[in-house]
Design a protein around this ligand. Structure first.
Ligand code: ATP
Length: 227
């Protein structure tokens, strides 16, 4: 559904992505993990056609949640989520209501987005993307700011959207969430993909990239039970 072949990116004269081969299919949740500065957001922006020289795909088909997306205007949650219908040129209330409900925002429809909590605001920005109902979703840290229960709810929602046939690419720092909900973990380091495999195979590589111990380390026991 979305692919990049031999992708190289230079920003401000500096090579940021090297020789990236990536593809994702309908029905998949793919987690993009790696250290700060590894190139995850740049890869998402490249796929979204947002880098210089890029061609953004039709926004009805591709939804993009930028890292740290916020809305500082005094709009209500419902109004912000309804912005997700702009690519379709309609104000269809049904997908907006579905997105609000799916993100657990029913009780906050009339609240101003600049007067809700950071986690609630993050869910509102995600709901805006969901309201478009795009086939492909590129989500940069949608669970940042969320408490653990909310993060699991959002990941379960993304899993369900993939089951319905969407393609979800999600940048995550939480390896436990990636392990539990992703079909594949793509591990990036220094602008390259260093692993692209199911979680069980990708995790040792991710641990190595982060310089974390693996095997005897207790971290795997902290993972939630498999679904
Ligand atoms: N506009 C830019 N000009 C020059 N270098 C940039 C630019 N944007 C990002 N970079 C560099 O590209 C590299 C990758 O950045 P990117 O934001 O993609 O990393 P990331 O993996 O998403 O990191 P994080 O986990 O901190 O969000 C970093 O070294 C960053 O400094």
């Amino acid at each position: 559904m979305i692919a990049l072949r031999a992708g190289c990116v230079r920003l401000s004269g500096r090579a940021v992505l090297h020789d990236i081969d990536f593809r994702a299919q309908a029905g998949e949740v793919v987690a993009l993990c790696g250290p700060n500065g590894a190139g995850k957001s740049t890869l998402l922006r490249a796929l979204a056609g947002l880098l210089p020289g890029g061609v953004p795909p039709d926004p009805r088909h591709l939804g993009f949640l930028p890292q740290g997306a916020r809305c500082a205007w005094g709009m209500t949650v419902a109004e912000v989520v309804a912005l997700g219908r702009i690519p379709h040129g309609d104000a269809d209330p049904a997908p907006v209501a579905r997105a609000i409900a799916a993100c657990g925002l029913d009780g906050l429809r009339a609240a101003r987005v600049d007067r809700i909590s950071g986690g609630q605001a993050r869910r509102a920005m995600l709901a805006r993307v969901l309201a478009t109902e795009p086939e492909v979703m590129l989500l940069d840290e949608p669970t940042a700011d969320l408490d653990p229960a909310a993060a699991h709810e959002i990941m379960a929602l993304l899993r369900e959207l993939a089951r319905q046939g969407r393609c979800v690419l999600v940048v995550l720092h939480a390896l436990d969430l990636a392990t539990r909900y992703a079909d594949r973990i793509v591990v990036m380091a220094d602008g390259r993909i260093v692993a692209d495999a199911p979680p069980a195979d990708a995790l040792p590589r991710a641990a190595a990239v982060f310089g974390l111990p693996w095997g005897s380390d207790p971290a795997p026991r902290l993972l939630p039970p498999a679904p």
